[in-house]
Design a protein around this ligand. Structure first.
Ligand code: MLT
Length: 403
């Protein structure tokens, strides 16, 4: 008789954003005339920029012509894209094209990276945290059992508290794998280089591996905040970095990302670059040619100019949210180097209660902090990924309700 993977049974019934979508759908059914403003999931709203569309169309035409048709591509990505990434994102850093693996998303890669590590590794995550890191370790059997009010028994949670500007502290008990995401999802705060260097030094001193999610690096404006962990000395010996075209260039529906696994990174004498290559070439056949050509076009001068404009548009939305909520008396964080604003919910409310009030009384969707972990309770995330008009409208509705 077949048996299920019992680890999956330990998970909450739904992925956080599926849960929220269900609640919003139910509300919309009951209130068909309500104009629901969605500032919940971090999904971009501006269209792809023209050079990206042109490159995608041209590549699709190549696929329709016998002379230029291509079948399976290289599993780790076409050299033209890997080289463009190395040249543009890692200029002056110790990273080469053959250390870059193109994929369909940072979500897939942060979720799959555990495949190349022993099930016995201990895992540390920030709390609150992007749920994929915890959920995929639960699926793998690395997380132990869920203990009410505590979380998973074998996960080392690193509380990210208001008094520490939501930055994690170096753990006393040394973890094998350390997930870090900066600029942070959900709190929106960034980590200065000197602080990140401490984590790199800690990992190198203890033989830990840092899994660094830099999906939001394009939003960084603060001087001294690193875009890549490889700006820190020695990081190529202890860190894997995840990047994505999703938030940078509007690829959430198009799907393209990459993971950097340096050749200098070995564990027990084994090259992680080789293991990840083996994993990827066995479990996937790469990203489609037109999408990789589209991603390559992000690095053209015009592509860069236009994606910068789009990011600036979202950054303006973040400022609108921050300023409006502050004026209404809310305490707000993040929103500077990130599309996420992290606000304190009013006294006496849980973050899910605040979610319900916002949805039912303001028709505004956000994400409750407790959905990201126990230390997210009392906080709430709003995203800057909407139109300026909708962002202003959402802030107006919230401030009217709470002022
Ligand atoms: C989020 O809202 O946290 C992100 O959109 C999720 C993701 O990128 O997968």
């Amino acid at each position: 008789m077949a048996k299920v993977n019992q680890n999956f049974v330990k998970l909450p019934a739904n992925y956080l954003f599926v849960d929220i979508a269900k609640k919003v759908d139910a509300f919309q059914k009951e209130n068909p005339d309500a104009e629901v403003l969605r500032l919940g999931i971090g999904d971009v709203t501006l269209p792809l920029v023209q050079p990206v569309v042109d490159a995608m169309v041209a590549a699709a035409r190549e696929m329709g012509d016998a002379k230029t048709f291509r079948g399976y591509g290289p599993e780790a990505g076409y050299p033209f894209l890997r080289e463009a990434i190395a040249r543009n994102d890692y200029a002056g850093l110790p990273i080469n094209a053959d250390e870059i693996f193109v994929s369909d998303g940072a979500k897939s890669d942060t979720g799959s990276i555990g495949d190349i590590f022993s099930i016995d590794n201990t895992v540390a995550v920030c709390d609150p945290v992007y749920p994929v890191y915890v959920d995929t370790n639960v699926m793998a059997g690395r997380a132990g059992d869920y203990v009410e009010g505590k979380g998973f028994s074998k996960i080392l949670y690193m509380p990210c508290l208001e008094e520490n500007n939501f930055l994690p502290q170096l753990p006393q008990e040394v973890p094998d794998l350390i997930y870090l995401c900066f600029p942070n999802n959900p709190s929106g705060v960034s980590m200065p280089k000197a602080e990140l260097q401490k984590w790199v030094d800690y990992a190198n001193a203890h033989g830990s591996v840092i899994l660094y999610d830099a999906a939001y690096e394009a939003f960084i404006v603060t001087p001294g905040v690193p875009h890549s962990i490889y700006e820190c000395e020695g990081a190529e010996k202890c860190a894997i970095e995840f990047r994505s075209f999703s938030k940078t260039a509007g690829f959430t529906g198009t799907r393209c990302a990459f993971t950097v696994v340096p050749k200098a990174l070995t564990v027990e004498g084994v090259s992680l670059n080789k293991l990840w290559d083996r994993r990827q070439s066995t479990k996937m056949n790469g990203v489609s040619y037109p999408i990789q050509r589209a991603a390559e076009a992000v690095y053209t001068d015009e592509g860069q100019r236009l994606i910068r404009q789009n990011i600036a548009y979202y950054q303006q939305n973040a400022r609108i949210i921050m300023a409006g909520l502050k004026a209404a008396g809310f305490t707000v964080y993040g929103g500077v180097d990130s599309p996420y604003v992290w606000l304190k919910v009013p006294e006496g409310m849980t973050s899910w209660q605040f979610f319900d009030v916002l949805l039912k009384e303001c028709a505004v969707v956000g994400t409750p902090g407790s959905g990201f972990g126990l230390h997210g309770e009392g906080f709430f995330r709003l995203t800057a990924f909407n139109t300026k008009e909708n962002t202003e409208k959402a802030v107006e509705r919230i401030t009217k309700r709470f002022q």
